[in-house]
Design a protein around this ligand. Structure first.
Ligand code: ADP
Length: 302
């Protein structure tokens, strides 16, 4: 069972010939509006891989909040994960150019209001989880309290610090598994005054501050796990025709987390993460592209 500190973002995406320049308005050729958010992606991805998933997800009190419950139900996630706040629901607006280049902005709204009290209200679920997952579309107070309770109950934690901000010392100390992409690794190195250090040295510096395992992903360049006490383990990316890599990192983290929570070894878990990332990269969008367990098994067997 996984406990996910999730996030909810009502996501609008427009397809345009060229990204708008400052001052420009232009006509979009396509538009989608769907439930999203890194934390929701993680929860949905883990559920599709067959894990039992519990957790928390915050929405506001505006019309956008109504999207959340049907999205959870469709995904087979417990509606009891929902928490409502007097606030705006998180929302994101993105533009994708025809060649795939994109830009987006996210307003976190209610996601920032999950607090230590909300976490304590879910303490039972947390303490019963095989693994507690968090990402940075929720505030530090909620993550710190969730990880503190998880560690006190002897449960491992996984942090994907995206969208990036510096990681509080207490959160890093209570993180067992840290999963970052290459750009987040560079920002972490700068925050630790280790810009220019090689990856292994950065991973060691991070492990000295808490995690037992640091995983750095590099898109089509694959991913490397740096575990405490044994040699680094590289996992090549699967050679696929990528059309849209949005969400690959979320899928990778979910695949890794589900495998590890099932007691598989690190090498197998890295393979599952890479398969999930590759399968998402092969399809447009995120939510519908997240693979189920059968798809991952078929992909790995091929
Ligand atoms: P993020 O989305 O956080 O930036 P990455 O782009 O590093 O994360 O992708 C995470 C993982 O997904 C990679 O380590 C790789 O295994 C897989 N992946 C991402 N892009 C591709 C791709 N173009 N082809 C195959 N696998 C990919």
């Amino acid at each position: 069972r996984l406990f996910v500190l999730a996030s909810f973002i009502a996501a609008s995406a427009m397809r345009v010939g060229r990204l708008p320049e400052p001052g420009q308005s232009l006509e979009a050729s396509a538009y989608t509006f769907e439930a999203g958010g890194k934390g929701l992606n993680l929860a949905v991805a883990a559920r599709r891989l067959g894990a039992a998933v519990d957790g928390l997800i915050a929405v506001g009190s505006d019309p956008l909040a109504a999207l959340a419950e049907p999205a959870l139900r469709r995904a087979g996630l417990p509606p009891g994960m929902l928490r409502r706040f007097e606030a705006q629901t998180g929302a994101g607006i993105g533009f994708t150019q025809d060649d795939g280049e994109n830009c987006l902005a996210v307003f976190l709204g209610a996601n920032r209001l999950l607090d230590a009290a909300s976490i304590r209200g879910a303490a039972e679920g947390l303490a019963a989880a095989d693994l507690v997952l968090a990402q940075f579309e929720v505030g530090d107070a909620a993550i710190a309290e969730a990880f503190r309770l998880a560690r006190a109950a002897g449960r491992p934690t996984l942090l994907n610090p995206s969208p990036f901000r510096p990681i509080e010392a207490g959160i890093l100390r209570d993180t067992a598994i840290l999963v970052v992409n290459a750009s987040e690794a560079r920002l972490l190195a700068a925050a630790l005054d280790r810009s220019g250090a090689d990856e292994a040295a950065l991973a060691a510096a991070l492990r000295a501050r808490g995690p037992d395992l640091v995983v750095i992903t590099r898109g089509a360049g694959g991913a490397t796990a740096y575990p405490a006490g044994s040699a680094p383990r590289h996992q090549a990316a699967f050679p696929v025709a990528a059309v849209d890599t949005l969400g690959a990192g979320d899928a990778f983290a979910a695949g890794l987390a589900v495998s590890l929570s099932e007691g598989r070894g690190l090498a197998e878990a890295m393979r599952w993460g890479a398969a999930c990332g590759a399968l998402v990269a092969m399809r447009l969008g995120v939510f519908d592209a997240l693979p189920d367990r059968a798809a991952v098994e078929a992909f790995l067997a091929a």
